[in-house]
Design a protein around this ligand. Sequence first.
Ligand SMILES: [Zn+2]
Length: 426
Amino acid sequence: MTSEVVSVSSTDNTNLGLLRINGQRLWDSLMELAKIGATPKGGCCRLTLTDLDRQGRDLVIGWGKDAGLAISIDKIGNVFMRRPGRNNALAPIVAGSHIDTQPTGGKFDGNFGVLSALEVVRTLNDHHIETDAPIEVVFWTNEEGSRFVPVMMGSGVFAGIFPLEYAYAATDVDGKTVGDELKKIGYVGSQEPGDHPIGAYFEAHIEQGPILEEKDITIGVVQAVLGIRWYDCVVTGQESHAGPTPMNLRKDAMQVASHIMQEVVAIANRFEHGRGTVGMVQVYPNSRNVVPGTVKFSIDFRNLTDALVDEMDAALTQYVTQLMATTGLDIAITQVSKYQAAPFHPDNKAAVARAADLLGYSRMDIVSGAGHDAVYMSELAPTGMIFIPCKDGISHNEIEYASPEHVTAGANVLLHAMLETARAVA
Ligand SMILES: [Zn+2]
């Protein structure tokens, strides 16, 4: 830190622009947290509501207390750490993410969002900077959904997407429940989930995709999280012997299914942000010399808005209706899940873009194909996300990596976006 930055004052906009987070301190904290649940391949396995999760929570809360933050915990174990503002009647400007990981997870997914928010607070403390609105660091329970479904559980309960009792009853493969495991690690708080105002929400995160790295851009200004629709498709034909059955008399479910699979991808390709994936296929009877009688497969459609996902849905329905008429085979498509698209707030997007420009970082608009806690927060408060590149676009993997330079840049953008927002609400 240069000496002139020390004189930064909250009443002087010129000097405030010089403010920078401490990149080394943030990196050290990320590496320290990653030791809890560290895997031999350099990743992290800190499944939600395990003893390791408790240790991670304790460590981050300890850091929060060292930074003078007031801790509150709600009944689903979401943790809020508050730095008061000049006007504490204002709703806080909140930033965070999650600290649970996948079984073969990395050091950055989620953890970067929480610790960069903590680093924002530490930086404001270093320079004795006050904000009008309070600032809060949050980490949400069970974002990953790997041990317990649904994913984004803590933020979902907080936003009223599903009830607390429903979340408590979720079980892992051993039959243990969220309610019992939360109690066991000592993180059942007293606050009613959602009974906690949020003035605005920011989440910094690794991109989890290859775009920023490929284009050599430092900051992604996230426009939206794509809407998701999941379907099961069943094609029913007739099993018969692969030899004696002439081609023109077959009811080959696999051949018809393969046409639909191609169409899923073709439909997605018609849209700028469309995604179409068939990831799971079951063929019956799955025998080399039998014409398949039944094929079941999954369809995953994503797009920028719910209306665009509706268009993909309609295109598929039209195609399948025609295909049934021409082939005579039965095709059933059932929707199994739906996650609404989350367009982010213009004010948050503008604050992130302005912060990147102020700091001289390259930036681009980007969309998120993966879900985040910010999706549910966007239903409650103006919300935005900041993406930084990750190596080869890989996440949910022990080799997940973001460079110290990008980690620092993302946290600096978070700092200035929050600072602008926390002052603007006065
Ligand atoms: Zn994440």
